[in-house]
Structures are given as C-alpha cells and as structure tokens.
Design a protein. Sequence first.
Length: 238
Amino acid sequence: MNRTDYIHALRRDGARLAEAAAGNLRSAVPSCPEWTVADLVWHTGEVYIFWTMIADGEIAGFDDYVEPERPAEDELLAWFAGTLERCAAVLERLDPELPRWTWSDRQDAGFIQRRMAQETAVHAWDALAAVGRDEPVERELAVDGVAEFLAHFGSTPPAGLPEEGLHLHATDGPGEWSVRAVDGAWQVREEHGEGAAAVRGTASDLLLLLWQRRTPEQLETFGDPDALKLFLGAFRRG
C-alpha cells in the first residue's frame, strides 16, 4: 500500500466510525472494556491530533504534547470530523520518507500515514461492532495491518517460546506469515509454513485476533493452544 491508499482508508474508515457513532455515543464498546462510543470517538480524535502535530513538525514527541480539552458530547462528532480531515490533509501532502519522530524503529512520515490508517480501521470496527455491525476490515488494509503489527508491536520475546514458531494463514487471498523468536528478537517472514501453533482465517479476522478483537476460538487453529497463547501475549497493544 502507498500514501494514497492510506489516506483514502483513513478518510473512509474515519467516516464509517463517525457514522456508527451518530446517535450511539452512550453505547458500550465491548471490545474496549469500560469505554462508551463517545470515549472511543474522543480517543481516536486525540490520536489524530497528536500524530498530526508530529507529522506537521509542531512537536517532536510525547514530552511536547499537551492534551486538548475534551469537547462536550453534543460537539464531539463535529470535533472528530475536523481532527480527521486535518490529519488526512497534513499526511496527504507529506513525502513518506520525510524524517519524523515515532516510537518505532521506522522514523518517517510513512510510518504515521500507515499507523493512522490502521488505527482508524480497528477503531471503526470497534464502533460498528458496538452498534451490532460486525463488518470486516477491508482485505488489503487488513493484510497490511497484520504485517504492520508483526513488524512493530512485538515486545521482547519471552523465554519458553517453541522454536517452531507461530504461523498465520489468510484464507481469503494471499497472506501468510511465520513468526519465530530467534536470539532474543522476532523473526517475521511472509512465507508458507507450519509452526508449533497455526491460525487460519480471513485477513480481517487475523488482524482482529492480533488486536484482541477476536478470540482463537473464533478462527481455525492448529497445534499447541498454550504456544498460541504465549505468542499472542508477547505483543504490546497500547
């Protein structure tokens, strides 16, 4: 995926989130315990503000950021629409290779463009699911999201992980990943293979599994369930 794809996805899924939230701000969000839809809208909009300021060169990192005041509930969706469009407009004009601070080992605007599209896709799913609409993440974006998650969200691999690793297999088109812990670091390869544990599902369901929106029981799993639990627990999500 490229910058144009990410900005299109950001606007599309941001609009889907807002559409689901309209009239449902006080509904609970089962995938984000203790949050209402209003909390989800606020969180996502604030994420846009932070990364827009990073991308635009206004701040250099977390230490420079001051949290904005949360809008009143009747102003929240209009505020969200504004933060979404400013984020998209700023990211749209930036060269993906432009150096920018991020928390990852990828320090460029392209990381932010990708991260905002992915953040929005998962939170749009949260909002839609909260109002009874379990709609999949768009397939190409979901495949990219699995790759992003495996590349950037791994904590230090814990001791005791099986050498055979974890295998993920998309069932709705191309997309396979082998994940192993090698010499205290993650080794991720996009390849066919087997592992101590394996999971098969649509690209959307694999992404939602990694982000703890699906449980292993909702997908097709093979191998050692304890190994699967260890691998899934070794990634950070916030």
